[in-house]
Design a protein. Structure first.
Length: 220
């Protein structure tokens, strides 16, 4: 039995990875691992409030391991903190770390290389899937998500705060990956088959910071 700690971003790819892993008979997902910006008390890159992240973990019925990243965070700081988290995971009996990566081989290779000295193995349950088909599968399967972050260099800022649904997929420009794998957008999942109950949120103010557009999600 693989005891898996799932790298959790609060977004759709990690959420669907959880759903996929739970259907594998030789896998037990034992927890979620998430990095947070300690300065702003939010999920790194997605800018989701800590309280909403914890609501997701509770809805998934899984313990949450939070890694506090300094701001600014150097690559050395990031790797040091992740290595410490991996050592603790091994001590707790974890054998694998799951990731929601889809097709970026350099990212996949980096994760495998960094895990190797720790004794943990990497799992990529969604790897190689056709992203247009995967996006439709997620939506048809009951996943509900909001775009929390948009890269305006790749996607119009008006997509910020929109629901991830079939209408959004139709509106995406042909240059955009349907799952946002090239960094076009990031999401927050508020309902789906991986959760025991939905998380009630709504998009609040949209702000631009560090070259990205963020929707501040608020509990309702």
């Amino acid at each position: 039995m693989k005891r898996v700690l799932l790298s959790w971003s609060s977004g759709k790819d990690s959420a669907w990875s959880l759903h996929t892993l739970r259907q594998m008979p030789d896998v037990e997902v034992v927890g979620l691992l998430c990095t947070l910006n300690s300065e702003f008390d939010r999920v790194a890159m997605h800018a989701v409030r800590r309280e909403l992240l914890r609501a997701q973990a509770a809805a998934a019925g899984l313990p949450l391991r939070e890694i506090e990243l300094p701001w600014p965070c150097s690559n050395e700081d990031y790797e040091r903190l992740m290595t410490a988290a991996c050592k603790q995971a091994v001590a707790d009996g974890v054998t694998h770390v799951g990731f929601g990566d889809l097709f970026l081989e350099d990212v996949r290779d980096y994760r495998i290389a960094k895990l190797q000295p720790t004794g943990l193995q990497a799992l990529f349950p969604l790897w190689g899937r056709n992203t247009a088909e995967l996006a439709r599968e997620m939506i048809d399967g009951g996943l509900r998500a909001i775009l929390t972050c948009v890269d305006p260099k790749q996607l119009d800022s008006s997509f910020t705060g929109r629901e991830f649904n079939h209408e959004l997929l139709r509106d995406l420009p042909p240059t955009a990956d349907p799952c946002g794998e090239k960094g076009e957008f990031h999401t927050f999942v508020h309902a789906g088959p991986m959760f025991q109950r939905p998380i009630k949120v709504k998009p609040g103010e949209v702000v631009e910071r560090d070259g990205f557009c963020f929707a501040d999600l608020i509990s309702t």
